[in-house]
Design a protein around this ligand. Structure first.
Ligand code: FAD
Ligand code: MLT
Ligand code: ZN
Length: 454
């Protein structure tokens, strides 16, 4: 059966794109963190939607699981095999259509990488509403499948808000197509909205009609040193209310900064060190925003503990201090990554209580937090515990539920948080989700083990 399936897959995508060599497959079999992965039966790289449909039909017939994979930058283990599945890489579905400059829309293949779409649309005065540090590898299809958030959610919303239309292939090979997609479209269920955040469990997304946002060329970035998480939340809230051009409000700590400086050979943003830092970005299409950001900081008495840049190089240097946390942590070990959100009025309490919760579960563990404070989203990273030891994960997620939060803010459930989905959403909601899954994928071949226990 397996040999017949492999022969069938080779016929569909061609010998070269059905990877048999373990060395070639390795990069598709382990996740970005190094915490998750397994052997694939095969890695296939279809070039067209019809090839995707044929791959899925062959896998349904053979009752073999399929793991859709884009850039493999996901952080919850959903993009890599657990053992014996076919990995369906979308990277060759990377075609980019012409930009509809009037409407501010573009249709791109699911495998198009975020940075290349940004490069294509920016000269036309448009931009992609979602942006984050994995832009050079993450694909548009993967971003929709995870409903990715990133640094500009407070301005533009998450990936679900950027999707105007889609093309996707269901498990049995049926092609669903709603391209280009209308801004107003009340024709039954919102399938694009459903696919956003489905993590490869309902269909393989092959094409996306992106609703673009105006390019905001005038930008300024400030890093502000603060004494406490409470002060950081208060400043963030005042800036959100008073600074109309605010695009991002990010939090990091002095421990995290140390790690990033050591790993990246970067310079500290200011001479004095502070327990917490906020990175604030403001942007506008026409007006100069640096002055407004500077006076917003002055108004709060923060100017002495802040640095501000409005030139491209300076802004990039400040952003590096926040964006390079992920790689700096990975360089020190295999992290447990807990991406959570809580109501903003509990955010400071979460930051304050996380170290003790982790220490109680594992006294030797090391915790580094940072996140998108403007969205109530904290990234708790723990180094030390073995990859399969759930103690610190459980301690942090228990605390998050106690504070009325969500166990996944933007990375998704994947395989990392399957047991916590029921704790967070409740039996009835998860049963309703499972009914949707069963209707779309009755043989259960799409990403088995993700969202639900198989
Ligand atoms: P993959 O990792 O390949 O897949 C992710 C999930 O989507 C898997 O479940 C997979 O099966 C499914 N999938 C992928 N493509 C398809 C498709 N075409 N059809 C159906 N299912 C599919 N995430 C954020 O939300 N915000 C951040 O700020 C952020 N920053 C990051 C920074 C770094 C340095 C890194 C490494 C990751 C970051 N991430 C962030 C996580 C990750 O980049 C996002 O989840 C991203 O959306 C994944 O895209 P991908 O193409 O790599 O998908
Ligand atoms: C981030 O905000 O940097 C990303 O979500 C990645 C991470 O959590 O490390
Ligand atoms: Zn994030």
């Amino acid at each position: 059966m397996t040999d017949a399936l492999l022969a069938g897959l080779r016929r569909v995508v061609g010998e070269r794109h059905c990877l048999a060599d373990p060395a070639l497959r390795a990069g598709y079999e382990t996740d970005w963190t190094g915490r998750f992965g397994g052997r694939a039966l095969s890695v296939v790289r279809p070039r067209t939607t019809e090839e995707v449909a044929a791959v899925l039909r062959a896998c349904v017939d053979a009752r073999v699981g399929v793991v859709p994979q884009g850039g493999n930058t996901g952080l919850v283990g959903g993009s890599v095999p657990r053992g014996g599945e076919v990995v369906l890489s979308t990277r060759r579905l990377s075609e980019q259509g012409p930009i509809d400059v009037e409407a501010g829309e573009v249709t791109v293949g699911a495998g198009a990488v975020l940075a290349s779409v940004q490069d294509a649309v920016r000269p036309a005065g448009w931009d992609v509403g979602v942006d984050f540090g994995a832009r050079d590898s993450a694909t548009i299809g993967g971003m929709v499948a995870t409903n990715a958030g990133g640094v500009h959610v407070l301005r533009h919303g998450p990936m679900r808000r950027q999707v105007g239309g889609f093309e996707a292939v269901m498990a049995d090979g049926t092609i669903l197509r709603r391209l280009p997609g209308m801004a107003k479209d009340n024709t039954g269920y919102d399938m694009a909205g459903l696919l956003a955040g489905s993590e490869g469990t309902l269909a393989v997304i092959t094409s996306v009609r992106l609703r673009l946002v105006p390019r905001l060329e005038h930008r300024a970035v400030a890093v502000i040193g603060l004494a406490s998480a409470r002060a950081a939340v208060a400043v963030a809230s005042t800036l959100r209310r008073g600074l109309a051009s605010v695009m991002a409000i990010e939090l990091f700590t002095d421990d995290g900064l140390d790690l990033v400086l050591g790993h990246g050979g970067l310079a500290a943003p200011m001479a004095a060190r502070h327990p917490f830092y906020l990175l604030v970005e403001a942007g506008d299409a026409v007006a100069d925003v640096a002055g407004a950001l500077a006076s917003g900081l002055e108004g709060q008495g923060l100017a002495d503990d802040a640095v501000l840049a409005d030139d491209e190089g300076g802004r990039h240097r400040l952003w590096q201090l926040r964006e390079r946390h992920t790689e700096a942590i990975n360089a020190d070990g295999v992290p447990h990554k807990l991406d959570v959100s809580v109501p903003l009025n509990r955010y400071a309490e979460l930051v304050e209580r996380v170290p003790a919760a982790v220490a109680e579960a594992d006294p030797a563990a090391r915790t580094i937090v940072y996140g998108h404070v403007g969205d109530g989203n904290l990234h708790v990273n723990v180094l030390g515990p073995g990859p399969d030891d759930p103690a610190v994960d459980d301690a942090v997620l228990e605390l998050v539920l106690e504070l009325g939060g969500s166990v996944s803010a933007e990375h998704g459930i994947g395989v990392a948080k399957v047991d916590w989905l029921v704790r967070d959403r409740g039996e009835a909601a998860v049963a309703a989700m499972r009914a949707i899954k069963d209707a779309w994928d009755p043989s259960g071949i799409l990403n088995p083990g993700v969202l639900f226990r198989p």
